[in-house]
Design a protein around this ligand. Structure first.
Ligand code: FAD
Length: 275
């Protein structure tokens, strides 16, 4: 077990079987006493109810559970209602995002960027919520440069974010460089590395291309060479991710946030390898 806190991210299951499975995964991961669970949100509101129901189901384990929420495509009145609903249910932590609308839906909405959402939450609800925001050590796909992306990240922090979780990456240097730049800009909030366990090459390659995370050549080549041999992919993935997590902990990362994809095994294997 690592000496630092950990947290786990889930998505709202789409089927009753997925919902039942999630409870089993929840209990396995709750046994590690994580700091919190979080649940993703379909930008544009497509999973609003599913996100809330999943948060409530996770919370029954006794672990603090946070919905992700996005502002793109939403009005201030809709966001206010949503936040009030969360507050009424006793939710005290949020992951506040701009989000991406599905193509064809245009931009819409009254708030354009996550810094405006953070500012809105603080204006309307004061300190009622712990606010996590997103960070991109390998640069957000729409940002013209690392420096501009960092300036925009700083805005979210200055608007009142308490902590940040990064997009996943496979190169610890990108994380350390990002943290140094952010600290030089006077931001002191914790920057929590987002960790994606490696369990499937094809899906990982597709997802990484879409979200701007770089799958280094040596990892890509090795995974390609395993073909359909999923045992070898999982074994190699566990080794690579455990080593990177250990490097992050040794280099001062304050906490680790695992993208579980609603599976316990790969995250558990990594956590159990850490000192
Ligand atoms: P922002 O911080 O607003 O940044 C978006 C882009 O705009 C960046 O290029 C930034 O440089 C630029 N920018 C920011 N502020 C300004 C400004 N004031 N002026 C000009 N430019 C600006 N997506 C989902 O749909 N659902 C989820 O549940 C979800 N969870 C996530 C969790 C984590 C930890 C992470 C890292 C990402 C998550 N995402 C999720 C993906 C996220 O929604 C996308 O990456 C989205 O494109 C950006 O959201 P953001 O909050 O980072 O946006």
């Amino acid at each position: 077990m690592p000496s630092i806190p950990i947290s786990f991210e889930f998505f709202p299951p789409k089927t009753p079987v997925g919902q039942e499975k999630l409870l089993v995964v929840r209990d396995k991961l709750a046994a590690l006493n994580p700091e919190f669970f979080s649940v993703t949100y379909g930008a544009g509101g497509s999973t609003q109810d599913g996100t809330l129901q999943t948060v409530l189901a996770l919370r029954e384990s006794g672990i603090d559970s946070a919905p992700h929420m996005s502002c793109i495509g939403a009005s201030r009145a809709e966001l206010r209602n949503q936040l009030q609903g969360y507050k009424d249910k006793g939710i005290r932590r949020l992951v506040a995002l701009r989000g991406d609308l599905p193509s064809g839906m245009g931009m819409g909405g009254e708030l354009r960027y996550a810094n405006e959402l953070v500012e809105f939450i603080r204006q309307e609800f004061g300190q009622d919520f712990i606010i996590e925001v997103a960070a991109y050590p390998e640069v957000h796909p729409q940002a013209p440069s690392l420096d501009i992306d960092i300036q925009n990240f700083v805005r979210k922090c200055q608007a009142g974010a308490d902590s940040a979780i990064t997009q996943y990456f496979f190169n610890a240097d990108a994380y350390f460089y990002f943290v140094d730049k952010v600290r030089a800009a006077g931001i002191e909030i914790p920057i929590i590395p987002g960790i994606m366990p490696i369990t499937n090459y094809t899906k990982l390659a597709r997802f990484s291309d879409a979200c701007g995370a770089e799958l280094p050549r040596w990892i890509r080549k090795q995974l390609e060479s395993y073909g359909d041999d999923s045992d070898s992919i999982i074994k190699f993935g566990e080794e690579v991710i455990s080593n990177m997590c250990q490097q992050l902990i040794d280099g001062g990362a304050p906490s680790l946030h695992f993208y579980t994809l609603n599976q316990a095994k790969a995250s558990l294997a990594v956590v159990n390898n850490l000192k």
